[in-house]
Design a protein. Sequence first.
Length: 145
Amino acid sequence: MLALLAGAFWWPRSDASPHALRPDDAAVLAVGVRVYAQHCASCHGARGEGQPNWRERGPDGLLPAPPHDDSGHTWHHPDEQLFALTKHGLAKVIGQPDYRSAMPAYDGVLSDQEIVAVLSWIKAQWPPQAWRHQDQVNAQAARGR
């Protein structure tokens, strides 16, 4: 139902990738905040602060959930990569099927629009300098296509 509601609010701009983040679109952010609370906050924190010692593997060999605020590295990646990581999972994106991660793949759980919405909400929480940096990363990625 949420995916259907999200689809009614927006459609990707024709001048951008269908996975371009929309942190300035209130309708997208309204969906994103709900998706984040339901699917992301339990690991990444209510404010995107991540789990303690997120750079160190735990006893299970897995890395804890990283922060999505400006203390993490989410804003160092282009939209398309963030989308792919969320939808398909790290193992598939890096081409290492045996790589173990606590982060699930959301393909079949969230629609593409819901993934864009939650990533847009995450970006909307960043300070202006992180936005600018990530926009530059997107521009570099677009030139490389």
